[in-house]
Design a protein around this ligand. Structure first.
Ligand code: DGL
Length: 270
């Protein structure tokens, strides 16, 4: 794999949620060129089958590889659980691939041995059991509990992230007996960092809220450094592709990335 530091970083997600990851990446690595792909035609992925998520992910990787991405970041937790191995195999030596789960595992290993840890995520993420298997592999005597919280994504996408309706739903979910006494909670979905204020409020700041978007950006920076692929100088270019044009994505992208952004439709199956 022969890359230049000026080659872009490809970031993909089922839709707009991955913008939380793209945002932390661009804050930490402002000089990097970015190609973001949001599969707005098929979102949400959280209720889809493993086979469907794998097919979408591979198709998107083709687009990112056409742009000669040096790294591909699977920003979506659902895709990180369902398609990481396949994507890595498919991409082979054409690009480095990272997901949002590995950085969380490193953090947990370092800070949360012998503790009770909760995970919230989409149905597919929880059903896959990937986080549980990965935590068990750490062998750190961690009591792990997971809860699917499927109402949160539509609430955010319908604009209720700052509304008390969302706070009520969070209270309902986080009060479930299984999650009692957790000492850390993994936000296992791209959208949930947008609800951190309510989650902190529920736990009165005493539970460690694990935000994969921050950890993934830090891990990416380390990997880029390791491979001598850090782009050290401005300017940088950002392209945002969506498989189906929708105003919600456009508006959200403009909130996350104010100023001049290049937003382009890219139908996937033509
Ligand atoms: N991006 C997805 C995730 O992180 C959430 C939205 C969806 O279900 O597509 O799991």
């Amino acid at each position: 794999m022969l890359h230049k530091s000026t080659n872009p970083i490809g970031i993909f997600d089922s839709g707009m949620g991955g913008l939380t990851v793209a945002k932390t990446i661009t804050e930490l690595l402002p000089n990097e060129n970015i190609v973001y792909f949001g599969d707005t035609a098929h979102t949400p992925w959280g209720d889809k089958s493993t086979a469907a998520i794998q097919a979408y992910s591979i198709r998107i990787c083709d687009v990112l590889l056409q742009h000669h991405c040096k790294f591909i970041v699977i920003a979506c937790h659902t895709a990180s659980t369902a398609a990481f191995e396949l994507v890595r195999e498919y991409v082979g030596n054409k690009a480095h691939v990272i997901n949002v789960i590995d950085p969380v595992m490193h953090y947990i290993e370092k800070h949360h041995s012998n503790k009770k840890i909760g995970l919230i995520g989409t149905k597919q993420t929880i059903r896959s059991n990937t986080y549980k298997k990965r935590v068990d592999m750490l062998n750190r005597d961690i009591d792990f509990v997971a809860l699917a919280t499927p109402l949160l994504v539509p609430l955010i996408e319908e604009g209720f992230a700052e509304n008390e309706i969302c706070e009520t739903v969070i209270q309902e979910y986080l009060s479930r007996p299984g999650l009692a006494d957790v000492q850390a909670l993994i936000l296992g979905c791209t959208h949930y960092p947008l609800l951190k204020h309510y989650i902190h409020k529920f736990y009165r700041e005493i539970v460690d809220i694990i935000d994969a978007s921050e950890m993934t950006a830090i891990a990416l920076k380390e990997h880029l450094g390791l491979h001598n692929l850090l782009k050290l100088e401005a300017p940088s270019k950002k392209i945002f592709y969506v498989s189906d044009h929708n105003e919600f994505f456009t508006n959200t992208a403009k909130i996350f990335f104010p100023g001049d952004i290049q937003l382009e439709p890219y139908p996937l199956w033509e």
